[in-house]
Design a protein around this ligand. Structure first.
Ligand SMILES: Cc1ncc(COP(=O)(O)O)c(C=O)c1O
Length: 335
């Protein structure tokens, strides 16, 4: 089939680096970090790689308004709003909060919410209950856009459909090229670890890592729900990558839900302290919602002796705006 079109939105290739200062926690593993927290400025993070494909499709369909959803501090919604504006498109963001009855102006304009508001996204707050029917809610907004003479384009939660997942298949190809020129020792990794919130990154990683010989195994660290839930999300995405886009290789999908902490977007005091300790030891900045939990899961594996002698790649998927919005949460961990 013809390769799907792609816009160049991400700043790639992103750096592939070996952080210092973490040896005491690595249990004999050699750790590298793929810095997808540097895929852009305000658009940075894993989502922009998916948006390269999704927004190319939106543009090809002559969309005027992109519609998506997420939590109040959604990185995906923020990246979508900024990239849409860059392309001259409007965006409607359905953002989940238990205080959805409150006016938007009553929410502190910080982090992702600030960035979305800065670029003029039409932000609509919805309750956790309404969020359960998010696809119907987005379809409703799409009908509204059509009725007003516009052309809607709906992007699912996290940009996680097969088209969006292509962004991570391609990211693995980028790593293959980096290994070919000798970066990170030039050898495939034994394991790649990353955060999993809506499943699209995980699907792209297992297909891309196998297709391009980048890693022998992958582990997606769930930050919400559980392993069973994500197996049921990632499995069909992988199947679609094969049937629709013609890929024929994949690593097994492994979802680890042991590091998700108390709840989505809630890090335990211990997790907060460890995120601070990692930053102080290495300068690696991890957010408490996604990358912090995933990275601590990796360190837990190392602590159990499961990574001794292995070459491990951590995919840093971004999240800095959310971290900056969460400063008060770290008050005690900062000492
Ligand atoms: C910073 C960050 N890391 C990781 C993820 C998880 O990626 P995915 O939604 O593809 O599972 C997300 C989004 O959910 C994210 O915003």
């Amino acid at each position: 089939m013809k390769a799907p079109s792609r816009l160049r939105l991400a700043h790639t290739p992103t750096p592939l680096l070996e952080p210092r200062g973490l040896d005491r926690w690595l249990g004999g593993a050699r750790l590298f970090v793929k810095h997808d927290d540097m895929t852009g400025g305000a658009t940075a993070g894993n989502k922009v790689r998916k948006l390269e494909y999704l927004l190319a499709d939106a543009v090809a369909r002559k969309a005027t308004t992109v519609i998506t959803c997420g939590g109040l501090q959604s990185n995906h919604a923020r990246a979508t709003a900024i990239c849409a504006r860059q392309l001259g498109l409007n965006s409607v963001l359905l953002l989940r909060t238990k205080d959805s009855e409150q006016p938007l102006s009553s929410f502190a304009p910080v982090g992702n919410l600030l960035l979305g508001r800065l670029v003029g996204a039409d932000i609509r707050l919805i309750s956790p209950e309404q969020y359960r029917s998010r696809n119907e809610a987005m379809a409703e907004v799409a009908r509204e856009v059509t009725a007003q003479g516009g052309v809607p384009y709906v992007i699912p939660e996290g940009g996680s459909n097969a088209l969006g997942s292509l962004g991570y298949v391609r990211a693995m190809k980028e790593i293959q090229r980096q290994l070919e020129v000798g970066l990170a020792g030039g050898e495939p990794f034994d394991l790649v670890v990353h955060a999993c919130g809506s499943g699209g990154t995980a699907a792209g990683v297992v297909v891309g890592a196998a297709t391009y010989g980048v890693a022998r195994a992958a582990r997606a660290m769930a930050v919400c729900d559980n392993s069973e839930y994500f197996l049921n999300v990632v499995g069909p995405l992988v199947a679609e990558l094969k049937t629709v886009f013609g890929f024929d290789q994949t690593l097994p999908v492994v979802i680890d839900d042991s590091a998700k902490g108390p709840a989505y977007a809630v890090a335990s005091p211990e997790q907060q302290e460890r995120i601070v300790a990692v930053a102080r030891a290495s300068s690696l900045l991890l957010d408490p919602v996604y990358t912090g939990k995933a990275f601590l899961g990796l360190l837990d594996m190392a602590g159990r002796g499961e990574l001794a002698g292995k070459r491990v790649l951590f995919l840093h998927t971004g999240g800095l705006p959310g971290l900056l919005a969460d400063g008060p949460v770290f008050a005690s961990a900062l000492g």
